[in-house]
Design a protein around this ligand. Structure first.
Ligand code: ATP
Ligand code: MG
Length: 401
């Protein structure tokens, strides 16, 4: 997609960032605005914090500012706190001396142009000087922004071999801006897509989650992951999006950007993915629940819906989102679920009008029998919510016990 660049030459830079830049330059260190914020400003997108790149060595930056945070000091990045405690990143011009496809060994004391040359894509390698209103754009990133092209800086095959995460970043930016990937960059990406298995799970998961959150179209994103071949390594459970039904792109109908739910829309089983990604326990548990639960109630009858909620527990909402996305809610069970919640009907032991202690007080022997009795009472209440009173349940418990 071609974009009309928003700039007439200037981009707005927040006053605290400008103050940091001036201080560095007054001390004799060339400093520029760089990276994602420059790109996004040119595209007219919401401002993210502007990163500064400077000739000053990290220890000089630490000395020039009173309040600093060594956020990524091994890569030359120092956070400078402004008067409102907002952190602004200042990174020393650097060159990546060596990489093993995962980690970079960096060297400082290089020029702005060298710093721009180590960046991944031309659209991310544009520098802007807010005092002199000057641009440094040695790879014509602004042209690629205008034409909607993701193009590696330098030789694509070399750049992807240095850091294969850049393949996933290319897909992410393409889906986010609806850009096309330049043929040479695409060829190198697909060529090396089979070789991303040694990336760390955390970095890959980070890209996947960020991509889901920012993609203009999820269908496009997943199609890119497919066509490039990266799914074979990291998401073999994934199916290609198919847009056959109703002419509506399947993924784009899903009404969430929750990564666990979106992933489940394309992939089955899911828990294997979140384990492979070294996801959080919460992500893994939610994925497991989606894998094993019946995807919807047996019917829209309230008792079936209550029984289903009792079975799936906290996964009910994720499963409902997925069912709606599949168009599997036309019989109205989703509205029934809302009514059940609105009426506050019991769908678990904790919703019962009696507790285990109540049962012991009523003479039922403490121990496993209590749990069994509560489950039996829940079964009754799921069928007949009106019986969920203390008196009725105690009577039932005594009778059966
Ligand atoms: P986002 O909006 O996702 O933050 P961004 O462009 O700011 O996009 P970051 O990951 O924040 O991306 O990185 C900031 C800048 O650092 C990028 O614009 C790019 O110039 C450079 N960069 C980041 N990751 C890489 C990488 N793996 N290889 C080369 N350059 C990179
Ligand atoms: Mg950024």
């Amino acid at each position: 997609m071609a974009a009309a660049l928003q700039t007439g030459g200037d981009i707005p830079v927040p006053a605290p960032v400008l103050a940091i830049l001036r201080r560095l330059e007054d001390a004799g260190h060339e400093t520029w605005c760089v990276g994602g914020a420059v790109r996004d400003e040119l595209l007219g997108n919401v401002q993210q914090d502007v990163d500064l790149a400077t000739a000053a060595a990290p220890e000089v930056v630490l000395k020039l500012f009173r309040r600093t945070v060594p956020v990524g000091i091994e890569h030359g990045t120092i956070g400078v706190l402004d008067d409102d405690n907002v952190l602004h990143e200042v990174t020393t011009f650097r060159r990546d001396v060596r990489t093993d496809g995962r980690h970079a060994i960096v060297e400082f004391g290089v020029s702005l142009d060298e710093d721009l040359a180590r960046r991944d894509f031309t659209i991310n390698a544009i520098a802007y000087h807010p005092v002199r209103h000057a641009w440094r754009d040695p790879f014509a990133g602004r042209d690629d922004l205008r034409q909607g092209i993701i193009r590696a800086v330098g030789e694509p095959a070399v750049r992807f071999a240095e850091d294969r995460l850049r393949i996933l970043r290319a897909l992410r930016f393409a889906a986010r801006f609806d850009f096309t990937i330049d043929p040479a960059t695409w060829a190198a990406a697909t060529d090396q897509a089979h070789d991303i298995g040694h990336l760390s799970a955390e970095r890959v998961r980070g890209e996947w989650v960020k991509s889901i959150a920012t993609a203009r179209s999820l269908d496009t994103l997943v199609q890119l992951w497919f066509d490039s071949g990266v799914t074979r390594t990291w998401l073999p459970e994934c199916r290609a999006p198919n847009s056959s039904r109703d002419d509506v792109p399947v993924a784009d109908r899903i009404a969430t950007r929750d990564p666990v739910v979106v992933t489940a829309a394309f992939c089955s089983p899911n828990a294997t993915i979140w384990r492979r990604f070294k996801g959080s326990n919460d992500e893994i548990h939610r994925a497991e629940a989606i894998d094993r639960a019946p995807p919807r109630p047996a019917s829209a009858a309230p008792r079936d819906v209550r029984r289903w909620i009792a079975m799936v527990g906290a996964a009910a909402d994720d499963l409902r989102t997925l069912a709606r996305w599949r168009g599997d809610d036309s019989d109205g069970w989703s509205a029934v679920l809302d009514q059940i919640r609105l009426r506050g009907e019991a769908t678990g032991r904790s919703g019962l009008a009696v507790t285990g202690d109540d049962l012991i007080g009523a003479g039922i022997a403490a121990g496993p029998e209590i749990g069994r009795t509560l489950d039996r009472l829940l079964g009754v209440v799921l069928d007949e919510p009106a019986l969920n009173t203390r008196e009725a349940l105690l009577a039932l418990a005594r009778k059966a016990g």
